[in-house]
Design a protein around this ligand. Structure first.
Ligand code: KIV
Length: 286
């Protein structure tokens, strides 16, 4: 049985911090699960770090289903959250329920995440009533990049902070089992965390949240276009991989790759038939 939303709720009650990391493919999901993470988020951030778009806006349901399925195949125990992409839940509640259902039925996620506070609370409630656990996401909501006028820290004025607290209460009341707080001053995240019974999971929201989430490619130093201030690089894999590829190119050019051990051989009898006796291939082709 995979980690459930009850297990996640219990972590907040017991004061155990929740670790969440994004993953988008089979291999990285296996690594992340083996390291013991509590939750994997297949985020629509894959639009940028995997597909090379300049925002999450172009990501489709098919993209999400493709990547969530791979992550599910690579894991056994960890809870998988699938992100609902832009315009998969905004246009109508029936779209929202149908698309949330697809992430569970077709891709194998255990819950879905969607962005927004009070204005999507009714939609969230309907999804939850359909039997689909929902993780909410407020503060800096990347799908609304054009409306926010860029990726800006949210909740900095008194009014914006009060709005954000009301959004947090609204999604909790709508039945969300956890809340991502992105790009929010840490004192405000602390207030929200204290006022909610559901766990808060922060990204760029300081240390007082009940858990943290990071984008795999940022943590691993794989995505070099831009590193957000909140991201800590636990590895520098772009450099490691670049060096490895350069070594490979050198070995190919120097004919030191592949070695005998990395190659396959014909039996002496077959070789003799081909080269000596039969004349099927000439010496130069050996
Ligand atoms: O898509 C994503 O990876 C996210 C996280 C940044 C929370 O929504």
């Amino acid at each position: 049985m995979r980690t459930t939303i009850r297990d996640i709720a219990a972590m907040k009650r017991r004061g155990k911090r929740i670790s969440m990391i994004t993953a988008y493919d089979y291999t990285s999901a296996r690594i992340v699960e083996a390291a013991g993470v509590d939750i994997i988020l297949v985020g629509d951030s894959l639009g940028q770090v995997v597909l090379g778009y300049d925002s999450t806006v172009p990501v489709t349901m098919d993209d999400m289903i493709h990547h969530i399925s791979a992550v599910v195949r690579g894991t056994e125990k960890v809870h998988i959250v699938g992100d609902l992409p832009f315009m998969s839940y905004q246009a109508s509640r029936s779209d929202a329920i149908r698309n949330a259902g697809r992430l569970l039925k077709e891709a194998g996620a255990q819950s879905v995440k969607l962005e927004g506070g009070r204005h999507v609370a009714k939609t969230m409630r309907r999804i939850v009533q359909s039997g689909i656990p929902v993780m909410a996401h407020i503060g800096l909501t990347p799908q609304a990049v054009h409306q926010m006028g860029g990726y800006r820290i949210q909740g900095r004025t008194t009014k914006a902070a009060i709005d954000l607290i009301e959004d947090a209460k609204a999604v909790e009341d709508a039945g969300a089992y956890a809340l991502v707080l992105e790009g929010v001053p840490s004192q405000l995240a602390a207030i929200v965390t204290e006022r909610l019974t559901i766990p808060t999971i922060g990204i760029g929201a300081g240390v007082h949240c009940d858990g943290q989430v990071q984008v795999f490619h940022d943590m691993m130093g794989l995505y070099t276009d831009f590193t957000p201030k909140h991201a800590r690089k636990y590895a520098h894999l772009a450099e490691v991989m670049g060096t490895a590829v350069a070594e490979y190119i050198e070995d190919v050019r120097a004919q030191t790759f592949p070695s005998e051990d990395e190659s396959f051989t014909l039996s002496p009898e077959v070789l003799a038939e081909l080269t000596g006796n039969t004349g099927i291939v000439s010496q130069s082709e050996r």
